[in-house]
Design a protein around this ligand. Structure first.
Ligand code: 5RP
Length: 224
C-alpha cells in the first residue's frame, strides 16, 4: 500500500491548473484522486475530472473534484493503474472490471500516465488472465470462440452478490488465461473482433509513461 501511495501522490504533481484529468480506477488511483482533491482545496487549482468508473466518480465527488464527460471535454492527462506492465509499456488492465471505460478515457488522453507498484512489472504479459467484457446475451458464443483461440475463459463471479460480476455497463467479464501471449497487439485486436466482445483488458501502445513505486522511491519509464 505504501508504494501505491507514493506513486499516486507523485502522479498528482503532474496535473496542471486548467487540466481535464482522466481518473483511473483501483487502489493505486485511489491515492491519486485523493491527493488531487487536496490540491484543488489547498492550491485552488481549477481542474475537471472524467471518471472511468462509478468508483472513481464517487471518490472524485467526495474529494471535491468537479466532474465532466468525454462528450464535453478532451482529456489533457489520464492517470490509471494496471495489473501488468511489460518492457514496451503494454498493459493488462481490468482487475476492477472497468477496462472498457478506462480504455476509452485513457486512450483519448493527450498524455496517459500509468501508476503501479513494482510487483506489476513483468517481462512478458500473460501470467494473469486477460479480462474480456462481454454482452450477457453473447456469453456462450464468445466463450466458444475464445476456446478456439486456445484461451481458457472463466466467468468472473461476484463477491457479496450471488452470480457473476456485472460491470458498470451492465455486462459480464470473462477472465481468459492464455498459455503465452506472443504478440499483445494481435491478441488485443483478435479478441475485440469477436462479435459480443465489448472490450478486452490488453492496452497496447497507449501508455506514454509508467511511474513505478519501488522501495520508497518512484521510477519513471517513458515510451520511445
Ligand atoms: C481496473 C483496473 C485497475 O487499474 C487495475 O486493476 C489496477 O488496480 P490496483 O491499483 O488496485 O492494483 O484496471 O479495471
Amino acid at each position: 500500500m505504501e508504494l501505491k501511495r507514493i506513486v499516486g501522490h507523485e502522479a498528482a504533481k503532474l496535473v496542471q491548473d486548467g487540466d481535464v484529468v482522466g481518473l483511473g480506477t483501483g487502489s493505486t488511483t485511489h491515492y491519486f484522486i485523493k491527493k488531487l482533491g487536496e490540491r484543488v482545496k489547498e492550491e485552488e487549482i481549477e481542474i475537471m475530472g472524467i471518471p472511468t468508473s462509478y468508483q472513481s466518480f464517487f471518490l472524485a465527488n467526495e474529494s471535491g473534484i468537479p466532474i465532466t464527460t468525454l462528450n464535453e471535454h478532451d482529456v489533457d492527462i489520464a492517470v490509471d493503474g494496471a495489473d501488468e506492465v511489460d518492457p514496451d509499456l503494454n498493459l493488462i488492465k481490468g482487475g476492477g472490471a472497468a477496462h472498457t471505460m478506462e480504455k476509452i478515457v485513457d486512450g483519448s488522453a493527450a498524455r496517459f500516465v500509468v501508476i503501479v507498484d513494482s510487483s506489476k512489472m513483468v517481462n512478458q504479459l500473460g501470467s494473469i488472465p486477460v479480462p474480456v467484457e462481454v454482452l450477457p446475451e453473447a456469453l456462450r458464443v464468445v466463450q466458444r470462440r475464445i476456446e478456439i483461440m486456445e484461451g481458457a475463459p472463466s466467468l468472473r463471479m461476484a463477491e457479496r452478490k450471488d452470480g457473476p460480476v456485472v460491470t458498470d455497463n451492465g455486462n459480464f467479464v470473462l477472465d481468459v488465461a492464455f498459455e503465452e501471449i506472443g504478440n499483445p497487439w494481435d491478441l488485443e485486436v483478435e479478441l475485440n473482433s469477436i462479435p459480443g466482445v465489448v472490450e478486452n483488458g490488453i492496452f497496447t501502445g497507449l501508455a506514454d509513461e509508467v511511474l513505478v513505486g519501488t522501495e520508497g522511491k518512484v521510477e519513471s519509464f517513458k515510451r520511445i
